[in-house]
Design a protein around this ligand. Structure first.
Ligand code: FAD
Length: 390
């Protein structure tokens, strides 16, 4: 590894997901983190040659300014529990909201439940309900590996685009924190499983001078996003300045371990766990609230993500476009960097390059899912020079 002199900056960036969200990350320990004992061994540079590009995917984050919808509604004689609208935090928060949705459904003492939706929220909610002994069926237009959830970055980012400060209630932060903590604990239970659905890998915030300007203007429409990462301080491994690192920058590098979701394997594992509990998954397109209320089951749980905008006419829902360029997996170098507003993340199931725009307003109000090759090339040009070593 080449040594680079670091300049300590006031910028605190800890965790790729947090960097994406533009807020600080919680620390694992109450005491200040010790000086880094290692730099995660000898890192190999990521091979970002453009010819390694396999595909470009785009997905729409389901943003509700008031925060995710988690509530029970009775239509006719049917209880419908809504669990959708988790913005850029759906994977991170999935288990917390799944267990809370299960608790809402429990008031009806259901023996059979229909869950609509097979993304991160639908799968985890279905498992949480099946654990109560209820017979659970998932109905979904897109089966698990086809959902928008499979197109996510796959990092712990529990407060990313979770709502607007002005539209969430005063009780939201405490409620969110409790659900985020529950979710984190449950993700931890997947660490060490065959295939590594969840794992911790090194992540680095590689600074650049001058600091990259955001691509989208702040406070569009006067709305400010909530950033609650600080509330989870002490939960995740600490980050610290890296005295030595291989990245060709003199502006400084911060790094630590970050929770990563290997989404292909996590989705497969969740699907298998659900089937092992007797759950069934069927393809179905639900066209209206009336149809939702006629579905079989004592309780119906609506986990349709951005689809809820149309299905239950949730006009508050906003789409936030996000694009990822995928290269073949490089499993002998599993780590990520965030540099000049671009994430390059090497996961077991692929190497991702993503322009984040530098703040939460990037992609806001845009639900087009057409890949943009120019966006990839521009992001690549910013981040590729950081791997020009080795
Ligand atoms: C680029 C990008 C990166 C992201 N990165 C992260 C990250 O690193 N960490 C993180 O925590 N979150 C991340 N997110 C956010 C996360 O992906 C979403 O919050 C999450 O996928 C939402 O899951 P969901 O199950 O609600 O929705 P979806 O995955 O969209 O699933 C919805 C399900 O409902 C079904 N459905 C919808 N309408 C109907 C209908 N009418 N009838 C029948 N079925 C229907 C769909 O077919 C599908 O099965 C990212 C999002 C994007 C776009």
């Amino acid at each position: 590894m080449t040594g680079h002199t670091l300049t300590r900056r006031s910028i605190i960036a800890t965790g790729l997901g947090t960097a994406l969200a533009g807020c600080t990350n919680p620390r694992l320990f109450d005491s200040p983190p010790p000086a880094p004992a290692n730099n995660f061994g000898a890192l190999k540079p990521l091979d970002l040659r453009p010819e390694n590009l396999i595909k470009i995917t785009v997905c729409t984050r389901p943003l509700r300014p008031a925060g995710p919808r988690l509530e029970a509604e009775v239509i006719g004689d049917k209880t419908i529990v809504h669990n959708y609208g988790h913005g850029g935090s759906g994977w991170s928060l999935a288990w917390g909201y799944a267990e809370a949705a299960r608790d809402l459904a429990a008031a009806s003492r259901p023996t059979s439940v229909t869950v609509v939706g097979a993304g991160a929220i639908g799968l985890t909610t279905a498992i949480a309900l099946a654990e109560t002994g209820a017979k659970v069926t998932i109905l979904a237009r897109d089966l698990p590996m086809e959902t928008r959830s499979t197109r996510a970055t796959g990092v712990w980012s529990p407060s990313s685009r979770i709502g607007y400060r002005s539209a969430t209630g005063d009780d939201f932060p405490a409620r969110w924190e409790a659900l985020a903590r529950r979710s984190y604990a449950r993700h931890l239970s997947y660490i060490g499983r065959a295939g590594h659905p969840v794992e911790f890998t090194p992540q680095f915030y590689v600074r650049h001078e001058p600091r990259e300007a955001p691509l989208a203007s702040d406070h569009s429409g006067g709305n400010e996003f909530l950033h609650l990462g600080r509330n989870l301080r002490g939960l995740t491994p600490p980050w610290s300045e890296r005295g030595t690192h291989p990245f060709p920058t003199d502006a400084g590098v911060r790094g630590g371990l970050g929770m990563v979701f290997n989404i292909a394997e996590y989705t497969r594992q969740l699907t298998e766990d659900f089937h092992a509990m007797g759950g069934r998954i069927e393809r179905a397109d639900i066209g209206s609230v009336a149809e939702l209320a006629r579905l079989p089951g004592d309780v119906v749980v609506n986990c349709t993500g951005y689809g809820a905008k149309t299905l239950v006419s949730d006009t508050s829902m906003l789409g936030v476009r996000g694009q990822i360029a995928w290269m073949a997996a490089q499993t002998d170098r599993l780590y990520g960097i965030y540099h000049r507003n671009v994430t390059a993340l090497s996961r077991r199931d692929g190497l991702l390059i993503q322009e984040t725009g530098g703040n939460d307003y990037f992609g806001l109000g845009d639900d087009s899912e057409t890949p943009d090759r120019q966006e990839f090339l521009a992001a690549h040009a910013k981040v590729a020079p950081m791997f020009d070593w080795g």
